[in-house]
Design a protein around this ligand. Structure first.
Ligand code: ADP
Ligand code: ADP
Length: 226
């Protein structure tokens, strides 16, 4: 169970700028939530607070019922993929996927088993011996996702993961990510400024503007009364 709850969360940066105002938002276990809004509206800040990369100024963040405000990013077991997903260039696809488990000192046999499972899920099995330089943009993106998911994270966060891809690949990857999320059932928060992406991918869409959550609704509800 990994439901997520923001309760009266505020973010004020050290320079005094308030990027997030009184955020109340509950994300269900297994839900695919998309955060959408124009550049600068506080989406990344919210995601970074969830990952533990940015301190919460005021309010509470709960994961699976536990207050995590002061938990170190590593102990939260939250996986994050950014638009610039740096793969290790000298490691193979397999080496990249296995890396987080090796760092966690997991026994080799289990590392292999879990890496293979997630590689199959993302259709990367034929590419396991390749180096990142020989992969397409979409394949690299899938390796980055595999590397994030292999730890069995309590939540999977993506910040504009497709913005470096061309339009055709972006459409294909949207569908792949949505299908992957349904298969794994991992609670997922996906940030985009692209309204089409928001409307086509998530179970629910959270609309941000000027650091405030304006509404949360299913794509269907937003379509019927925007
Ligand atoms: P989005 O992801 O929606 O584009 P961000 O969360 O990145 O928005 O940024 C929200 C606002 O906070 C922006 O106005 C941005 O300039 C500001 N901001 C982001 N990081 C910092 C920081 N470290 N210090 C001060 N202001 C910041
Ligand atoms: P994004 O919108 O994807 O978060 P940005 O280009 O807005 O990316 O921000 C890149 C980095 O610069 C982030 O670490 C962010 O916190 C920081 N940043 C953004 N706006 C400001 C700002 N006004 N003052 C200080 N740092 C900022």
């Amino acid at each position: 169970m990994a439901d997520i709850s923001f309760r009266g969360v505020n973010k004020i940066y050290p320079n005094g700028f308030q990027a997030v105002h009184d955020l109340d938002l509950a994300i269900d276990d297994g839900e695919f939530l998309v955060m959408v809004g124009p550049s600068g509206c506080g989406k990344s800040t919210t995601l970074r607070m969830l990952a533990g990369l940015e301190a919460i100024s005021r309010g509470d963040l709960l994961i699976a019922g536990e207050r995590v405000n002061d938990l170190h990013p590593r102990t939260r077991n939250i996986a994050m993929v950014f638009q610039s997903y740096a793969l290790y260039p000298h490691k193979t696809v397999q080496g990249n996927i296995e890396f987080p488990l090796r760092m966690a000192k997991i026994p080799t046999a289990e590392v292999k088993r879990r890496a293979l499972k997630v590689a199959r899920m993302l259709e990367l099995e034929p590419l396991l011996e390749r180096k990142p330089a020989l992969l397409s943009g979409g394949q690299r993106q899938r390796v980055a996702m595999a590397r994030a998911l292999v730890r069995d994270p309590v939540a999977f966060l993506m910040d504009e993961p497709l913005s470096n891809l061309d339009a055709k690949l972006r459409v294909q990857m949207r569908a792949e990510i949505a299908a992957l999320q349904r298969r794994t059932g991992t609670t997922t928060v996906y940030v985009t400024h692209d309204q089409v992406e928001a409307m086509t991918m998530g179970d629910r869409v959270a609309v941000f503007n000027n650091g405030r959550l304006q509404q949360v609704a299913t794509p269907q509800e937003l379509f019927e009364r925007p």
